[in-house]
Design a protein around this ligand. Structure first.
Ligand SMILES: [Zn+2]
Length: 359
């Protein structure tokens, strides 16, 4: 495996079927990593990929972002941070009430019975911060990292909004008992509502990483707030990491018309748990926007896979014959040398496939 050239931008998406990690080459050997999942060898996929190209993560990784604390996005992220010794860590200041309480419990009693892996990863990261740059908090239209070197780049977070952070405080405030008053029910918001979407500008290219950010009824939150923001970076992205595994709740038509080029390269990871994403309707909706869609793996939900039994058997036997040679963890690699390549070059590895195959 050869690393990208100094003037070659790369977007790599990894996903074993449940899990997601992104690696972006920003130019001149500098990398951005977003989220983490484990590969077939139970190693953080993005980290193993950099090492396989002979890249030292301690030198190369400049920024590591935890887009939100869902298990399918943070597996092994503390190990990634430990290895990325010169990287700044970035995440949202606001979290959900559940995540906050898990940290509080760990602090108070070292009570492992309530600790989920996402807080374990967060606590490990906090303990690694000694001697490192302080956490760069994400938010609407916040520049997380910029370089004005030979190959300038800028990474901007687009969410969560200030209102979303305020709603987090409101949730926490509801936990404080008031005398002679029945405890008010806290609104259990989803971690997806505090997810950090990112805008990457490098070598003249723009990339939109949608995390798991979902649309909510409030126009001051979610994708609506991002689309209507006057403070977000100008330009249209030619690559879109589709939000929330392609779900309808992560979709906003204006994102496609106002923030993306015509027929961008759309990449996603499936969510092969509880119901499963994307569904057939989701795949079709994305393919109506662009023919250039790719997934790191096939969704396993019944709604998503409607194939002829005979075809299914044939595909299965092919998959089995490839099993030893090919890794299961899917990898979509996009590379482009601006000024040299007219379009993005796409390489698929493992279980990665074209979205067309899922329609
Ligand atoms: Zn997810």
């Amino acid at each position: 495996l050869l690393p990208p050239l100094a003037d070659e931008i790369e977007v790599s998406l990894f996903g074993p079927g449940y899990g997601e990690a992104v690696a972006v080459h920003l130019g001149s050997g500098d990398w951005l990593l977003v989220d983490s999942c484990l590969n077939d060898d139970r190693q953080p996929a993005a980290l193993a990929y950099l090492k396989s190209m002979g890249i030292d993560p301690g030198q190369a990784v400049k920024l590591l972002v935890a887009s939100h604390w869902h298990d399918d996005h943070v597996k092994g992220i503390a190990d990634v941070f430990a290895a990325s010794t010169s990287a700044t860590f970035s995440c949202a200041w606001a979290m959900t009430q559940k995540e906050f309480l898990q940290i509080a419990h760990q602090y108070q009693a070292s009570d492992n019975s309530v600790a989920g892996s996402r807080t374990t990863e967060l606590v490990k990261i906090i303990n690694l911060l000694e001697g490192r740059p302080p956490i760069k908090w994400t938010g609407a239209d916040k520049v997380l990292l910029a370089s004005s070197g030979r190959t300038p780049y800028q990474i901007t977070s687009l969410s969560p909004s200030d209102l979303r952070a305020q709603l987090f405080l409101k949730e926490i405030a509801k936990l404080v008992p008031v005398p002679k008053e029945t405890r008010r029910a806290a609104v259990d918001i989803s971690p997806n509502h505090v997810a950090s979407a990112l805008w990457v500008s490098a070598l003249g290219e723009d990339i939109l990483l949608g995390s798991d950010l979902e649309e909510v009824a409030d126009p001051n939150c979610g994708w609506s707030a991002i689309v209507s923001s006057t403070g977000r970076p100008a330009g249209k992205a030619g690559v879109f990491k589709v939000a929330h595994h392609g779900s309808l709740t992560g979709h906003n038509d204006d994102v496609w018309s106002k923030m993306l080029t015509a027929q961008p390269v759309a990449i996603l990871t499936p969510f092969n748990k509880s119901g499963g994403l994307p569904r057939t309707a989701d795949v079709q909706r994305i393919l109506e926007k662009t023919p250039r869609g790719y997934a790191t793996a096939r969704p396993t939900s019944k709604a998503a896979v409607k194939r002829d039994k005979a075809v299914e058997r044939m595909v299965d036997s092919v998959a089995i014959s490839f099993q030893r040679a090919q890794p299961k963890c899917g990898h979509i690699q996009l590379r482009k040398r601006p000024g040299v390549d007219a379009t993005w070059r796409v390489s698929l590895d493992g279980n990665a496939c074209e979205l067309k195959q899922l329609a």
